[in-house]
Design a binder for this molecule. Structure first.
Ligand SMILES: Cc1ncc(C[n+]2csc(CCOP(=O)(O)OP(=O)(O)O)c2C)c(N)n1
Length: 277
């Protein structure tokens, strides 16, 4: 991928971050931390890798995307709106009655999975991937899970099943942002060495810097050539990435910025935007 396209994806990721801050601030509710950490991954998926068509969101041959960490919906909605699944104006309805809910609902164009109950998305992604194989479809399935979420037992049952069924049409991306709801993942219940664990479960494991767009794109490309087993991309990220006082700060897991924090966050993200021109 040329450097121009990389830069474009970085700008998109920054826009996803800005929208996540705007949405959570407006609603005074929602999850900024995990939205900021997943932004570069979502930008690479939605604006490079996924074979999807916003004009035909239910195309049966589309690649599937599962946001298993459904609480990080602001980043997800921003990516969907920016990709054209629904008007950006709808982002203003975030967490309002009848609008975009805190956790994704299937009624919204582009949403393939109603995430929220942690541990379920990767199981659902397995089902999609298995169905694709049985139906001889060429679509691929991508799922993003959180590192706190990876403490759920169901995740490991899904990992066993994915390898057992040789789901080489499945790519799981671990948004390893180091922090969960109440503190550091390593302190609450350590999931390391994560890469070695997924490898032992039968995955092809690629470990990357999840904020390095070039590495994300290369890993997504490489994943396509893996045969006979599912792929795990361990994306090392920073919760709250891009906003200094949110970075690695569990207090911004599920808390919206107040007016002053909003102003500062936007100022920082706009500075990053300036550096990307
Ligand atoms: C089964 C289940 N238990 C608890 C919760 C409440 N909860 C929402 S987010 C969260 C922390 C998730 O941490 P992580 O997966 O690291 O997410 P991220 O840091 O990427 O936001 C918890 C415990 C939930 N949504 N589902």
């Amino acid at each position: 991928m040329d450097s121009k396209k990389i830069l474009e994806l970085k700008r998109i990721a920054n826009d996803i971050r800005k929208e996540s801050i705007i949405m959570t601030h407006r609603a005074q509710s929602g999850h900024p931390g995990g939205s900021l950490s997943e932004a570069d991954i979502l930008a690479a998926l939605y604006f490079y890798k996924l074979r999807i068509n916003p004009k035909n969101p239910k195309d049966e041959n589309r690649d599937r995307f599962v946001l298993s960490k459904g609480h990080a919906s602001p980043g997800y909605y921003a990516a969907l709106a920016m990709r054209g699944f629904f008007p950006k104006k709808e982002l203003e309805t975030f967490r309002k009655l009848g609008g975009l809910q805190g956790h994704p609902e299937l009624k919204h164009a582009g949403v393939d999975f109603a995430g929220g109950s942690l541990g379920q998305g990767i199981c659902f992604a397995n089902g999609l991937a298995l169905a694709g194989k049985l139906d001889k479809k060429s679509y691929r399935v991508y799922a993003v899970i959180g590192d706190g979420e990876a403490q759920e037992g169901a995740v490991w049952e899904a990992a066993l099943a994915a390898a057992y069924h040789r789901l080489d049409n499945l790519v799981v991306i671990l948004d390893k942002n180091q922090v969960q709801e109440t503190g550091k993942t390593a302190d609450v219940m350590n999931i390391d060495p994560a890469a070695a664990k997924w490898k032992a479960f039968g995955f092809e494991v690629l470990e990357i810097d999840g904020h390095d767009t070039k590495q994300i794109v290369e890993a997504l490309d490489r994943a396509e050539s893996v045969k006979g087993k599912p792929v795990m991309i361990v994306a090392n990220t920073i919760k709250g990435k891009g906003v200094s006082f949110m970075e690695l700060n569990y207090k911004f897991h599920g808390k919206a910025p107040d007016d002053e924090q909003f102003r500062k966050a936007m100022e920082e993200l706009e500075k990053i935007e300036g550096s990307l021109n």
